[in-house]
Design a protein around this ligand. Structure first.
Ligand code: AMP
Ligand code: MG
Length: 454
């Protein structure tokens, strides 16, 4: 069989996997899942015109000449219903989220007003509209509180007094309109929406305590190799610690799936077969090691003997070329390379997109950015190469620097990496200063396409 390109291998995988069916999830448990239904608003939001600020609801026409002093006739808190209609020269104190009173057409925020204490008004004056009470500079007319202090006074003491307004406002100022967020019956979230914290907020707003989401695949992870030492086994200097089970588990978890570790199978066809059979009870089986062409690499023939249809087992990439992919009915199997970096890179390129597609995500590939290489990179043409890099923010973009020795067994190169710089198969290497595409390894943000050239 020919070596497939990374892109063709990804295509082959995606043609073989389907989005899983729907199940019910509690809203609190649905973060990171994908909606398997359309969600409509069950109310008008806001249910009436409300104030967007703490301030005064007023008639904008009363501020034709400012400063103006208005009479406060009501105090409307969020949750109250206004009981009065504003006449000329009147306003209502209003809090953010409280309904607008009849007659008002604008809100002015409290910061743009000035409390007027009782003493500030002449005892004989019953004038309330468009009347300047601004004192001459330096002159103390009654008590004119300063910024900060002013808000407190206006909130606590001047409950039904008067307020001086120094600024005009346009009709509609600082009003949140009836239904501006959503109208009853309106589709607010479509099928396929990824459930982010913002989406959770919308779902809570429309009172969806339970939602329909796509099922997550069940994933089993199996390591293979006589030389492997389990995490809880006694230390043996002649053995190789099983890193893959745990690194792959973490990569799977990072996608929101809790995998099952099957353990370590020895390089023995019968033992391998019994582990693989158990693994095929899951939607997805990840087997690492034993997929190469060594005489003791039994994974491929054993999987095939169990009825798997192998769709590919070699990809033109570095690291990671001995990667296999097969199907048994609706179940899929990845034979990942034993080298820990290779198996992790293959997970990113092949397993993650497959798992995300099964979960119903439209965005299945790691997000890519363009970065400036800080050093030359050698490359042997013919294979797409994934170089582990650290990223640093620069004035106009990012700089990418290799994490060091890039051997496919050197996990520290992966541990330090922010991303994978992708060198196209046909490139003859890159010089310092060239632009390179980098797949970001962290985070929950994905994109529609792989985003790199091969
Ligand atoms: P293989 O693909 O089985 O030929 O293994 C390639 C290399 O990866 C060998 O050096 C193995 O010892 C090593 N290796 C295989 N599986 C693991 C694992 N689970 N953890 C760490 N290293 C492994
Ligand atoms: Mg092996």
């Amino acid at each position: 069989m020919e070596y497939l390109s990374v892109t063709d291998a990804q295509k082959c995988i995606l043609e073989s996997v389907n989005t899983l069916d729907a199940e019910t999830a509690r809203l609190e448990q649905s973060l990171g899942r994908v909606l398997a239904e359309e969600v409509c608003a069950n109310r008008d939001q806001p249910p009436y015109d409300i104030s967007a600020m703490d301030g005064y609801a007023l008639r904008s026409a009363d501020l034709a000449s400012v400063p103006a002093t208005l009479e406060i006739i009501e105090d409307i808190k969020a949750g109250d219903m206004p009981s009065k209609t504003l006449a000329a020269g009147q306003c209502a104190r209003i809090m953010t989220g409280a309904p607008m009173p009849q007659g008002a057409d604008a809100v002015i925020r409290v910061e743009d007003t000035q409390a007027v204490s009782a003493e500030a008004l002449s005892p004989n004056s019953d004038e309330t509209t468009s009347h300047s009470t601004k004192p001459a500079s330096g002159q103390v007319a009654g008590y004119l509180p300063q910024a900060g202090e002013r808000d407190l006074v206006s909130l606590r003491e001047n409950l039904f007094g008067r307020v001086q307004i120094n600024q005009t406002v346009k009709p509609g100022n600082d009003i949140r309109r009836f239904g501006e967020s959503m109208f009853n019956g309106e589709v607010v979230l479509t099928h396929g929406t990824e459930i982010t914290p913002g989406v959770i907020g919308v779902l809570a707003t429309v009172k969806r305590a339970q939602v329909q989401v796509h099922r997550r695949p069940s994933v089993a992870i199996l390591s293979t190799g006589n030389e492997l030492e389990g995490l809880d086994e006694p230390f043996d200097p002649n053995k190789i610690p099983d890193a893959n089970s745990y690194a792959l588990m973490a990569q799977t978890r990072a996608l929101g799936i809790e995998p099952v570790l099957l353990g370590i199978a020895r390089d023995d066809p019968d033992e391998l077969a019994s582990y693989l059979k158990r693994g095929l009870e899951y939607d997805v089986l990840l087997v690492s090691g034993g997929t190469s062409v060594g005489v003791h690499d039994y994974v491929r023939p054993t999987i095939e003997a169990l009825g798997a249809q192998m769709l590919f087992w070699r990809v033109a990439m570095k690291p990671g070329h001995p990667v296999a992919f097969g199907k048994v009915g609706e179940k899929i199997i990845f034979g990942l390379p034993g080298n820990p970096v290779s198996s992790m890179v293959c997970f990113e390129e092949f397993v993650a997109p497959a798992l995300r597609r099964m979960m119903g995500h439209a965005r299945i590939y790691r997000r890519t950015i363009e970065a400036r290489l800080t050093h030359d990179v050698k490359h042997q043409a013919g294979r797409t190469e994934f170089i582990r890099v650290m990223l640093a923010k620069e004035q106009d973009g990012y700089a990418a620097t290799s994490t060091g020795a890039q051997g496919s067994g050197m996990l520290l190169s992966m541990a330090k990496a922010d991303g994978l710089a992708v060198l196209p198969a046909n490139s003859a290497g890159l010089v310092a200063g060239s632009t390179v595409t980098v797949q970001l390894l962290d985070g929950t943000v994905f994109q529609d396409d792989a985003g790199f050239r091969e």
